[in-house]
Write a protein that binds this ligand. Structure first.
Ligand SMILES: [Zn+2]
Length: 473
């Protein structure tokens, strides 16, 4: 609880403070900070016997959360989620003990509700009546719900590419919503924060603290056994950081000894943390899993510590692998996840193939959010046609650039390849033809005719009206 916190400490520089400040990040370097509790003192109050008396939800660990003992808890019924023994998926993967921590059943369908509940309770305690900030889809939906419950005004900036389901949720809860080009622009606009207003961003220490309770619950649900592996998606790196922080606290409280090996997963199209850890500069095609495509992960240092100190792994997976496991998870275990969440199973598949995870290991995959939030889950084989329609509205960068190049004049494949290279996009010639064929089937390009260049026949491409409309929008 607030009164058990000894200090706050920056995850990156050596800044610490004894006071519970009104800062929400390190004033020295701008990185997140974490709360350090007096665990010696807490040993007396937090025991297995004491926990046994409490209801199974995240608030059974309230001593380890930054909550005032006098304050009111703003709850919508978050946490206390089911730990599935996923036997069918396990069999398919050739592993004995696979568990799924199903966070899709939280009030707004994502694990972030845990942090929102902590933050909202604190805002009420500190007397804030308004909150402002740039938020991604899941956080926006979650905060909007909790602010509605607490009667706190929300003023949020959300990127235009937000998943549709998440946008619907936010609209339903009714905060003041501004759509912006990207989170960067949202952050700039949120600097209009008023003196009586709380500024939220992805460094928020209260949101982070709520994430710890996932690990506590898992360990209890496994009868106080630490799993060999725990696999979580990484966006800003906050989740793996706080799983590790929860482990450190549980260890100091005497609840367990060895850590689980922590695995963080990112899309191959945006492997900002994975690349730092593996030292490999690998990129796949641009990811459309926006919530995980974070270019500057604020919890980077702590996420690296979590993975390295536990002898864990950082894994990047293709978007298609996430879709594949979204489908498998739904059809084998009855859990409908968003693709970002199913990334943990795709990562497990890779680690089993590489022989890193052994067949007899106990593995927990976190499923952080519900499939209802992301209409792209229809990218299953029966949804291919719908997928194409969707892609017209969300053209990836390379395709858009091709349209822009062709808009300047009709071109053949090799010329387009050369022009892309001039503009900093180095892809193979076959990849260019793949893009061209997809743009043709989307009805954005058309074949104008054939020209002969150095005795070879080349197909000339031009824009359709639809292509012209999309090239610069
Ligand atoms: Zn710092």
């Amino acid at each position: 609880m607030l009164e058990d916190i000894e200090k706050v400490r920056c995850i990156s520089c050596n800044w610490t403070s004894n006071a519970i400040t009104r800062y929400t990040f390190c004033p020295k370097c701008g990185k997140p900070f974490i709360f350090i509790y007096n665990l010696e003192k807490l040993k007396e109050r937090v025991s297995r016997r004491e926990l046994k008396k409490r209801a199974f939800n995240m608030w059974r660990y309230l001593e380890l959360l930054p909550i005032s003992s006098q304050g009111e808890i703003i709850s919508l019924g978050e946490g206390g989620t089911f730990l599935h023994k996923a036997n069918k998926l396990a069999k398919g993967l050739g592993i004995k003990n696979l568990f799924i921590k199903d966070e899709t059943t939280n009030p707004t369908g994502s694990y972030l509700d845990r942090g929102s509940s902590v933050l909202t309770s604190m805002l009420v305690e500190m007397g804030y009546s308004s909150i402002i900030g740039a938020v991604g889809g899941n956080l926006g939906a979650s905060l909007s719900a909790y602010m509605a419950k607490a009667g706190i005004k929300g003023r949020f900036f959300m990127p235009l590419n937000v998943d549709l389901g998440k946008l619907y949720q936010v609209l339903a809860y009714g905060p003041e919503l501004h759509m912006v080009k990207d989170l960067e622009e949202g952050r700039r606009r949120a600097l209009s924060v008023r003196i009586d207003e709380y500024l939220i961003d992805d460094r928020d220490p209260y949101i982070a603290e709520g994430k710890k309770t996932i690990f506590w619950e898992i360990v209890e649900q496994l009868q106080w056994e630490t799993p060999d592996w725990i696999i979580a998606p990484m966006a800003s790196g906050g989740l793996v950081s706080m799983i590790y922080q929860a482990y450190l606290e549980m260890k100091d409280l005497g609840f367990l000894e060895d850590p689980p090996r922590i695995v963080g997963v990112q899309p191959l199209g945006s492997p900002s943390i994975v690349n730092v850890i593996t030292g490999i500069k690998e990129y796949g095609k641009e990811s459309i899993i926006y919530d995980l495509s974070v270019i500057k992960p604020v919890f980077l240092e702590k996420a690296i510590e979590a993975i390295k100190k536990t002898n864990g792994r950082a894994v990047a997976v293709e978007d298609e692998e996430m879709y594949e496991y979204t489908r498998k998870l739904a059809r084998n275990e009855g859990i409908f996840a968003e693709p970002a969440a199913a990334s943990t199973l795709a990562a497990l598949d890779r680690l089993l193939n590489e022989g890193v995870v052994s067949r007899g290991d106990i593995v927990v995959c976190l499923i952080t959010g519900s499939g209802l939030k992301d209409p792209r889950t229809i990218k299953w084989e029966e949804g291919r046609k719908l997928k194409k329609k969707w892609e017209v509205g969300h053209l990836e960068r390379t395709k858009k650039l091709i349209l822009q190049i062709v808009a300047e004049g009709e071109r053949y494949g090799y010329e387009i390849w050369r022009e892309l290279k001039n503009r900093g996009i180095e892809i193979s010639l076959p990849a260019v033809y793949q893009h061209l064929s997809e743009l043709l089937s989307l009805g954005l390009l058309r074949k104008i005719g054939v020209v002969e260049v150095r005795r070879r026949k080349r197909t000339l491409y031009g824009l359709t009206n639809k292509g012209m409309a999309l090239a610069f929008n």
